[in-house]
Structure formats: structure tokens, C-alpha cells
Design a protein. Structure first.
Length: 450
């Protein structure tokens, strides 16, 4: 008899106490400022606005929360939405009570202490009352790198909360934790939750990648993906993150091509392009320079006093070359002047009767070298003979040389020349004895060497 009593007692103690659901006292209250804006769950079957009952749970696992059942009187309508740690019940605002039940956790009824209002929100806490610890719980946290915001599934059930995910009340047992995010490969971890345990799952999520094969006609073109140089065609780029990419293909003397491609996981996208040759002035001009050309320009020169001269330049160049230039004012009587004044226009102490007429005699002969700088641009440097004579006429028919505006001696020249599709343009600075300075502009034509 004594042994039988001990056996019965041990069986009784080993049995879990009856689980009991109940609404936590004082937990029902209005959520200040809450307004239902869910257009999919706005009205009941009587076209009356729902109120929203936000049911929080304690000592109830996520799986058990999804197994809760709800009921009410015949006039009560409701729709259910599951959240992390909560169940949102869209319920007829005129409901007088709600019944909540679970196959393993019994059931409870809660009568609303006051009338709810349409579209308003209300809090309510549902508690699982158990007298022993046979129903154990642990906690789980899931962290993802390099980015947060991944979706978490526990045994195939999608959790509303994304990473970083934290749940302090998960029933003991085994779980498959699946983590997914667009642009990354899915990762699954198997864990065991024990009573009181804390499982921390940290996942370095690998990028989901595809491949891109790029070919071009002609080959050897540079490939840029999302502004990063990847190599020359033909080219295969592996481990390219899935999604949209901008591809640019460039080659010398060809128009750049831009394409937009979308890569998919473990697939190869093929991009083939035919490049179109450039026909710009710069390209043709570069061709002229590379092959060499003969050129001639007609020149206009003006000094700092506004006097003009006219001339011609002939030359030849490849990478290096030469040129010769001649210019004149085409007024040669200046070489026959018979008087010379000082800086105040006096001649031997007396002031002649000037008529106001002036004349300008100039002659410039320069030879030099020309060398390619970049593309169609060349540098010119030269030197030679030059004279610049400023003359004033008197009423007696004499020509008086004014020395301040005159110079005879060495001409030095430096400038740039441009060959654009056979059209030649030059700009030079010429000085005589570093006293008279002239700007020189030339326009002409280049003949490409065969």
C-alpha cells in the first residue's frame, strides 16, 4: 500500500500542471494616438469600422501564438494578423467580449470593461499561467553582416522582425534558422534551444553573384563596370553581384558604348558590341599629325602700336619639322628716310613742320623648328632678321624716322600650331630686339603625306 502511494505521487508530480490562459489584470487600455490605416482590414462585414486589439503575450512561444484561436458572439467579426510577440486582432468595435483558446493552453474569455471606438487601438496582454517549469523557454538573437534587414524564418515560419532579430521567449527544441536577403545567398543554421539558454547566431552573408562575358569588334577595348576598370575584351567577369550594372566599352578612335545589364545568381550574362569608328575633327587631325603633312599659312601681324604686316609661312612636319616665314608691310620707302628725330620729335634742335601723315616699313624673315606636343597641337620656335621703321612726313616732303617706335636686328618667334582635319591655324609672338612686339595669326591648309 505504501509503495503504491509513492508511485501514484511520483506520477502526479511528474505531470505538468494544467496550463491556463488569462488576460493580465489592468492590461486592457487604449493606445494613445493610434488610428487604423490598414486599408485591407478597415471594415467588417457590416461595413462598420474595425477597432484594433493589440494582444501581447507572455510565456507563449511563437508557434503557440500562431495557434491561438479567437471567438465572440454572433455579431462580432474579426481578422487576425500575427506580429513578433503580438497578435493584432481587427475586431468589430461594438464587440462586448472576446474568447481566446489554444488546444494545449486551455481558453479564457475577456469582457471589455467599456465600449471600444471605431479605428482606435487597444492594448491587451495574454499570459500563460503554469505552475511548474516543464514548459521551458530560451532566447535567440540573429545578427547579419555586412547588412541588417535580413528576413528570418524559424522552422519555415517568417518572423516579422528583421535582423538584428531578438526573441527572448522561444520554446525549447530544435530549430532551422533560415536567413535571406535580396542580393545575398540564403543561409541556414540549425540550433537547439534549451531552457534558459541564450543562442546568438552571427552570419556573414555571402553575396549572390553571377558572371558577365563581354566581347567587342574590334577586340582589345577597355571594359568599365559601374565606373571600375575591369580589363580588355574579350573579358569574363566572375563574382559580379546580382542586380543592375552599367557597362562602358571604350577604344581609341572608336565611339564609347554604354549598356545596362542585369546579372542573376549563378548565371552568365553575355554582352557583345560592335564599336563604331570616330569621325571627329580631333581624330582626323591626329591622323594628319601621325603621318606628317606639308603646310602653308597666310599671316597677319600687328605690333603694340597698331601697325600691320602681312606674310606667308611654309613648312613640313611629322613629329618634328621645320618652317620658314616672311612678312612685310609692303611700304619700302622707309629705307630712304633722310632725317631722324629724338623722342620729342625734334630734329637737330628744331621742330619740323609735320603734316600728320605716318608710314610704317617692316620686314621679317624667320626660320625655325616645329614639334608635336599632343594630338593635333605643335610647338613652333624660330629666329631670323627683322626691321621695323616708323616714319613721319613733313611739309617739305622729308621722311623722319622715330626711333622709339623703330628697331632693326634680330627677330625671335614662339607659338603654337593646330592642324584640324587639314585646316591649319597658328598663333605666334614675334619680337624685334625685344623692343617691338607683334602678335601673329596664321590661317592655311595642310597636305597629308602619302
Amino acid at each position: 500500500m505504501k509503495r503504491l502511494l509513492i508511485l501514484v505521487l511520483s506520477i502526479f508530480l511528474s505531470m505538468p500542471a494544467m496550463a491556463q490562459l488569462e488576460v493580465k489584470e489592468g492590461s486592457f487600455k487604449e493606445v494613445a494616438g493610434f488610428v487604423n490605416i490598414n486599408t485591407d482590414k478597415m471594415y467588417d462585414d457590416n461595413d462598420k469600422p474595425y477597432a484594433v486589439l493589440k494582444i501581447k503575450t507572455e510565456n507563449i512561444s511563437s508557434k503557440q501564438r500562431h495557434e491561438l484561436r479567437f471567438g465572440g458572439d454572433a455579431q462580432t467579426f474579426f481578422e487576425v494578423e500575427y506580429k513578433d510577440g503580438e497578435v493584432w486582432l481587427y475586431i468589430s468595435y461594438y464587440a462586448t467580449y472576446i474568447k481566446i483558446s489554444h488546444e494545449e493552453l486551455s481558453s479564457t474569455e475577456f469582457h471589455f470593461p467599456y465600449d471600444m471606438e471605431p479605428k482606435k487601438g487597444y492594448d491587451l496582454t495574454l499570459v500563460n499561467k503554469t505552475s511548474n517549469g516543464n514548459m521551458g523557454f530560451g532566447s535567440l538573437s540573429v545578427t547579419t553582416k555586412p547588412e541588417d534587414g535580413a528576413t528570418v524564418k524559424l522552422n519555415g515560419i517568417v518572423m516579422t522582425q528583421k535582423t538584428p532579430y531578438v526573441n527572448d521567449m522561444i520554446s525549447v527544441g530544435e530549430y532551422d534558422v533560415e536567413i535571406s536577403k535580396h542580393g545575398f545567398k540564403n543561409v541556414t543554421r540549425h540550433i537547439v534551444i534549451q531552457e534558459g539558454s541564450k543562442e546568438n547566431v552571427v552570419v556573414d552573408m555571402p553575396y549572390a553573384c553571377g558572371s558577365l562575358k563581354v566581347t567587342s569588334e574590334p577586340s582589345g577595348a577597355y571594359v568599365y563596370i559601374d565606373n571600375l576598370k575591369k580589363g580588355k575584351t574579350p573579358l569574363v567577369v566572375n563574382d559580379l553581384h546580382i542586380g543592375n550594372h552599367t557597362v562602358q566599352i571604350e577604344a581609341v578612335d572608336y565611339k564609347a558604348v554604354v549598356r545596362h545589364v542585369t546579372t542573376e545568381e549563378d548565371k552568365t550574362e553575355v554582352l557583345s558590341v560592335k564599336l563604331e569608328p570616330l569621325t571627329s575633327f580631333i581624330t582626323l587631325a591626329t591622323s594628319y599629325v601621325q603621318n606628317g603633312y606639308k603646310f602653308m599659312t597666310l599671316d597677319l601681324m600687328m605690333n603694340q602700336y597698331g601697325n600691320l604686316s602681312y606674310g606667308v609661312t611654309l613648312g613640313y612636319m611629322r613629329k618634328f619639322g621645320f618652317y620658314i616665314s616672311a612678312a612685310s608691310s609692303f611700304y619700302f620707302d622707309g629705307y630712304n628716310y633722310d632725317l631722324e628725330c629724338d623722342n620729342d620729335f625734334f630734329v637737330n634742335g628744331y621742330y619740323p613742320d609735320y603734316t600728320g601723315k605716318t608710314h610704317y616699313t617692316s620686314l621679317s624673315i624667320i626660320g625655325g623648328v616645329i614639334m608635336k606636343v599632343a594630338g593635333p597641337v605643335a610647338l613652333k620656335v624660330g629666329a631670323g632678321y627683322g626691321d621695323r621703321i616708323k616714319l613721319y612726313e613733313t611739309s617739305g616732303g622729308h621722311l623722319v624716322k622715330y626711333p622709339d617706335y623703330s628697331a632693326i636686328g634680330v627677330d625671335v618667334s614662339a607659338g603654337l600650331q593646330f592642324n584640324l582635319r587639314g585646316f591649319v591655324f597658328s598663333v605666334d609672338c614675334v619680337t624685334t630686339n625685344f623692343k617691338i612686339y607683334e602678335a601673329k595669326i596664321g590661317l592655311g591648309y595642310g597636305i597629308k603625306n602619302k
